[in-house]
Design a protein around this ligand. Structure first.
Ligand code: ADP
Ligand code: ASP
Ligand code: MG
Length: 471
């Protein structure tokens, strides 16, 4: 049995949904009923977040306009992908979700704040609408299908916005609910992204989290494979929006895919690989716009490739924070203090580097966390700053992290030198460097404005645009 997931672009309008239904129907013919996990229609989650945020900020109009636009969008999709006989039922259900959005936003507006808990409830409404459209489109093709809300299946802790599954309970509930449907040949169409606590309070797995939903469900059902259907031909050697000659990677290892997603390849949510690795379930990335393209297969041991470096990724909108001072030399505990302050603020540190003279520590954080992090540092290090042991705490933005990823890099000398040489020739300054202890990646920090250029230069240097290039 397969677990298959369709992203936002794949269900972007009624015609796309009709295409998705055809893909599901044909897979069911070939391999028995799959489990389908579905994202919200493209752009919907962003608009839901905007509705809640603007309502919290005192705007009583914007959320109404958004609710209206979402209704229009889903109604048009329903008219395009459902037979007339099914439209009324599905639209009634969608109307309920749109009305729920309005009333939630009204409360948020009155309260003047949107708690993480409320945000999870609002931002998950898109999936609750899209599953109805996909299940309806399947029924229209004569394929038995049932929309299922993942709140009944994926049970998580209460970490709103980045909830983690409680595995035993999730496995039990998923099997109990889904296996009987599959036995009868019914395709469950499950909401991606959302889940709930054991008490039934809605949570989300984080933005882009539908991939993770599919991996969780796939693992709990011991699926043969997990297929992530998206809008590109698999995992490419770089983001095709940045590098025009990026090429599909036919096979990748779990570790390479995990590193790629962690360092910014949006095609996979960073947590997707974990459940797959544990149960050694192969993951395929496929293109709904080109269903016959083989895409990328991710397994434990891929066929050997001539390429030592597999792909170049990038993360944008970051800040480099530098803590510097001569008084830091040989003084134990400064690093602990620095990272303690940042951790207390809940700020995610993406990269750390320390100069060998110990005169400075620098690290990279999301740009939106700059204020919080710098304030926490200045307050926790106020003594050291007053004594001038630490001379400055400084933030530089925007910066980007560019990462060179590939399992074959381990034990292959000269990779860093080659990448840095290419950047130097392009006149791009490397602000900081870090090598993961895994040796499956080397990442470096560059001026955010030159990120795309840096990715292209390194991509060309390793000849990644040609299948049998040198490295
Ligand atoms: P979905 O809505 O299907 O989840 P996403 O937009 O989340 O799709 O992810 C797919 C996008 O990821 C692609 O359109 C592409 O621009 C981007 N991307 C970034 N890096 C890569 C890469 N290395 N390979 C493929 N796609 C990538
Ligand atoms: N709809 C959610 C988001 O936009 C989850 C996903 O698409 O994977 O983040
Ligand atoms: Mg995605």
């Amino acid at each position: 049995m397969l677990t298959i997931k369709f992203g936002g672009t794949s269900v972007g309008d009624g015609h796309r949904i009709a295409d998705v239904a055809k893909i599901v129907a044909s897979l069911r013919e070939q391999r028995g009923a799959p489990v389908a996990v579905v994202s919200a229609m493209a752009g919907v989650t962003n608009r839901l977040v905007e509705a809640a945020s603007t309502a919290a900020a005192g705007d009583g109009e914007r959320y109404r306009a958004i609710a209206n636009a979402l209704w229009v969008q889903h109604e048009a999709a329903a008219r395009a992908c459902l037979p007339e006989s099914l439209q009324a039922d599905v639209l009634r259900e969608i109307r309920r979700q749109v009305d729920l959005l309005s009333s939630l936003c009204q409360s948020i507006h009155v309260l003047g704040e949107c708690t993480p808990r409320a945000m999870d409830l609002v931002s998950g409404l898109g999936e609750r609408m899209s599953v109805r459209l996909v299940a309806g489109a399947l029924a229209g093709l004569g394929v038995p299908a049932e929309p299922v809300e993942a709140c009944d299946l994926i049970i998580t802790n209460g970490r709103f916005g980045a909830a983690e599954p409680l595995w035993e309970e999730t496995r039990r509930r998923s099997r109990e609910r889904l296996l009987p449907l599959l036995e009868r040949g019914v395709v469950p169409v499950i909401t991606g992204f959302i889940a709930a606590t054991p008490e039934g309070v809605p949570t989300t797995l984080g933005r882009g989290g539908s991939d993770y939903s599919a991996a969780i469900i796939g693992s709990c059902l011991d699926s043969e494979e997990i297929w992530i259907w998206t809008d590109v031909n698999g995992v490419l050697t770089a983001d095709p929006r940045l590098v025009s000659n990026a090429r599909t990677l036919p096979e990748l290892s779990y570790i390479e895919a995990a590193e790629l997603s962690y360092f910014g390849a949006k095609v996979l949510h960073p947590k997707t690989m974990l459940p797959a690795i544990e149960r050694r379930i192969p993951v395929r990335i496929k293109n709904t716009f080109e269903p016959d393209h083989p895409g990328t297969l991710i397994v434990a041991e891929p066929r050997p490739s001539r390429h030592v470096v597999k792909a170049i990724t990038a993360i944008r909108d970051l800040t480099l924070v530098t803590v510097e001072g001569r008084g830091m030399i040989g003084v134990p505990g400064v690093a602990a203090k620095v990272f303690g302050a940042v951790a207390r603020e809940g700020v995610n540190v993406l990269m750390i580097s320390q100069s060998s003279s110990e005169q400075n520590i620098c690290f990279v954080i999301p740009r939106e966390a700059t204020e919080r992090a710098v304030q926490a540092l200045r307050s926790d290090l106020s003594h050291e700053l007053a004594r001038r042991d630490i001379e400055r705490v400084e933030a530089l933005a925007p910066v980007a992290i560019v990462a060179v990823v590939g399992a074959g890099m381990r034990g292959t000398p000269g990779i860093a030198a080659k990448a840095f040489g290419a950047l130097a020739r392009g006149g791009i300054n490397i602000i900081a460097i870090a090598q993961g202890s895994s040796e499956y990646n080397i990442s470096f920090c560059v001026d955010g404005e030159r990120m795309a250029e840096a990715v292209s230069l390194v991509h060309d240097e390793f000849d990644l645009g040609t299948p049998n290039g040198a490295m």
